[in-house]
Design a protein around this ligand. Structure first.
Ligand code: SAM
Length: 167
């Protein structure tokens, strides 16, 4: 069952330090069909509905070249999540799992990531499939899917380092 903000049997919360959110700047906003966590997919799918990612100024120029990638990695801030659970019960059955062994939205820094299929670019809007976030979710970053990206800058010594030849 999807949580709003309730604590379930055997779950453990802690008092987290005051967040300072590392000075993140939200660079855009995601529009999806979902306004309730009860309806949002647990993980997006590439045959799911088209969602729109709006990029704010002054970051629109940074979209140059993204259209070359069939898939993008999207990072977003799951802004309605609680952030204080260390043990969670996804099935609400009293069986608990450590937060870092889950992809639950409930985490100290509620960052969600999805690999999406890029369907189009319209000015400052990206049309994508494969998201699983609420309408209005703030956007942290986007980058090419790592399996499609070859570094453009020349390699560095560390790129050739293995356990065997490490200095
Ligand atoms: N794909 C991402 C990941 O693996 O990092 C997120 C997965 S998380 C399980 C997706 C769930 O987070 C949704 O089903 C919904 O219940 C919840 N969610 C989505 N958007 C949210 C938001 N803005 N704030 C809080 N919870 C959100």
């Amino acid at each position: 069952m999807v949580r709003e903000n309730e604590i379930r049997e055997n779950e453990v919360s802690v008092t987290p330090p005051e967040p300072n959110d590392a000075g993140l700047t939200f660079i855009g906003r995601i529009s999806t069909p979902w306004t309730s966590r009860m309806e949002t997919p647990r993980q997006g799918r590439h045959d799911g509905p088209v969602c729109r990612i709006e990029i704010y100024e002054p970051w629109v120029a940074a979209l140059k070249g993204v259209e070359a990638f069939e898939r993008l990695e999207i990072l977003y801030w799951l802004h309605r999540s609680r952030r204080d659970l260390v043990l969670q019960s996804p099935a609400s059955n009293g069986k608990v799992h450590g937060t870092f062994s889950l992809r639950s939205p409930v985490r100290p820094n509620p960052i969600g990531t999805s690999i999406v299929k890029l369907e189009g670019v319209e000015g400052n809007m990206l049309l994508v499939r494969g998201l699983d976030c609420l309408d209005g979710t703030p956007l942290i970053d986007l980058k090419p899917d790592r399996t499609l990206f070859k570094p453009i800058a020349p390699p560095q010594p560390g790129d050739f380092q293995t356990e065997e030849n490490a200095p």
